[in-house]
Each structure stands twice: as C-alpha cells, then as structure tokens.
Design a binder for this molecule. Structure first.
Ligand SMILES: NC(=O)c1ccc[n+]([C@@H]2O[C@H](COP(=O)([O-])OP(=O)(O)OC[C@H]3O[C@@H](n4cnc5c(N)ncnc54)[C@H](O)[C@@H]3O)[C@@H](O)[C@H]2O)c1
Length: 252
C-alpha cells in the first residue's frame, strides 16, 4: 500500500484515528477529515498524516474535501467513510433535525464522497471504499431510529457501488462492528442510562454486551486491522460484503 492516498473521515477520534494510524504505518499518505479541527490537527501531527477540516453534513464541504485531498497528493485511492455520531431518543420524541443530520453525515456524505472520488479510482483501475457501518446496519435496538436507518442504508450503498466498481478494479465493502471502546460509546453510556432509567455500569453489561458471545468491548485497532486487509491487494475479490466484528452478536 506504499504511497496509496487514503482519506479517513472522522479520523480525529476513535476508530477513524486507529484506521488512519494503521494506514500510515503501511506507507499510505493519509488525509484525516473531521469537523473537529483541534483534535484533527493534533492527531494528524502525532501520526504523520494531513488534516482537512470538513463538516460532512454539508454537501459542498464533501466535494471540497475530495478536491483538496487530490490537490495535496494527486489522487484519492482509498476512501474510509467512518465519521458518525449517535442520538438516543424514543421515536415519538426523535428530533427531526437529528434524523436529518444522522442521515446526512452517515449516508449522504458517504454517497457524495464515493461519487467525487470515483473518477480518480476508475482512471487508475484501482480503488478501495470501506464504509464503517455497524452491527446496527444488520439488526436494530430501540431508541436509535436515525442511526440505525442511516447504517442500514449504507449497506445498500455499499452493494450498489460494489456492482458498479467491479469492472474498474474498485472494491466497496462495509465493516459492521458491535460496541467499540471509543468516545462515541463512552458518551452513550450516560445517555442510555438516562433513557432507560438504569445505572451506567448496567448499560455496559445488560445493554451493550447483552447479545455478545465474547463479553468485552472491541478495541479500535481490531477494526483498523480489518480495514487494512480490505484495502490490500489480498482482498481484491472481496466486494459488496458486510463483514461483522460483533463478538457473536448476530450469530443468534
Ligand atoms: N464505537 C462503536 O461502538 C461503534 C460501533 C459500530 C460502528 N461505529 C461507527 O464507527 C464510526 C466511528 O465511530 P467512533 O466510535 O470512532 O466515534 P468517535 O466519536 O470517537 O469519532 C467519530 C468522529 O467523527 C467526527 N464527526 C462526527 N460528525 C462529523 C461531521 N459532521 N463532519 C465531520 N466529522 C464528523 C467526530 O468529530 C469524531 O472525530 C461511526 O460511523 C460509528 O457509527 C462505532
């Protein structure tokens, strides 16, 4: 993967940061995109990547991100659609603006970024798109209507783009993790405790790990290792797939 150009959205934190670090270690030129410029810049400096600030809920900023990354390094070869957030609320109280934002950042932005990076990948006859979906792209849980709908949508986008990319050497896959130890999950523990009326430690054991055969949170580096494999030439026949890292959650 020496000198391949990778854009990692949401790369300032959690899974995105671990993915960016892994791809740098494999010789990629990595661009971290995030709306948090403070942690984005700090992460980029620490791991030897570039940082571009972008709010992916804005279509023009999606276009500009790919244009800037291509200007910086000549192309975009690997696109990791990772940026995301969560909103916990019962459906009858679910704020419409949160619904729109969740769909915007986690479904529309991946579509736009694929659309803008596609011509460069086609021209090279090589490309990798890896969408960080979720176990919630396959099954649902209560109080997460926007997140779960966006993540299910990304599986459809993954399959469609995979079919279109095949003849051009572009593979498109989704990774579906269960709970990974990141700030997104740490913040969710308090929200879930409030919404469900249970203590925070019970959220981890009774909610997050309830369906897991292996009773531990997943580490971001485990997701990064799978990203690295899917981005490699060894994975050139894997496309349109949704790969779980879910500790057995969806096996039942
Ligand atoms: N942590 C988990 O348990 C888990 C499980 C399954 C899937 N995922 C998915 O993995 C991805 C990364 O999650 P994480 O746990 O590392 O979260 P995180 O909160 O640690 O990191 C998410 C990053 O996305 C960025 N971001 C959010 N909205 C953005 C926007 N509008 N524009 C640009 N950047 C934006 C944030 O600033 C942050 O740096 C998400 O798509 C999430 O849904 C996480």
């Amino acid at each position: 993967m020496q000198n391949k150009v990778a854009v990692v959205t949401g790369g300032a934190s959690g899974i995105g940061r671990a993915v960016a670090e892994k791809l740098v270690s494999l010789g990629c030129k990595v661009v971290i995109a995030d709306f948090n410029s403070q942690s984005g810049n700090a992460t980029a400096t620490q791991i030897g990547a570039n940082f571009i600030q972008a709010d992916l809920s804005d279509a023009e900023q999606c276009r500009s991100l790919i244009a800037q990354a291509a200007q910086l390094h000549g192309s975009v070869d690997i696109l990791i659609n990772n940026a995301g957030f969560q909103h916990i609320s019962p459906i009858e109280e679910f704020p419409v603006e949160q619904w729109n934002k969740l769909i915007g950042v986690m479904l529309t932005a991946p579509f736009l970024l694929i659309r803008y990076a596609w011509p460069m990948m086609k021209q090279k006859g090589w490309g990798r798109v890896i969408n960080i979906a979720s176990v919630h792209a396959m099954v649902a849980s209560p109080f997460k209507a926007g997140y779960i709908s966006a993540k299910h949508g990304v599986i459809g986008l993954t399959k469609t783009a995979a079919l279109e990319g095949g003849e051009f050497g572009i593979t498109v896959n989704a990774i579906c993790p269960a709970y990974v130890r990141t700030p997104l999950v740490e913040n969710q523990i308090a929200d879930q405790a409030r919404t469900r009326g249970i203590p925070e430690d019970q959220v981890v054991t009774d909610v997050m790990l309830k369906n897991a055969a292996i009773k531990k949170l997943i580490e971001p580096e485990e997701v990064a290792d799978l990203v690295a494999f899917l981005a490699s030439n060894q994975a050139s026949s894997i496309t349109g797939s949704s790969l779980t890292i879910d500790s057995g959650w969806t096996a039942q």
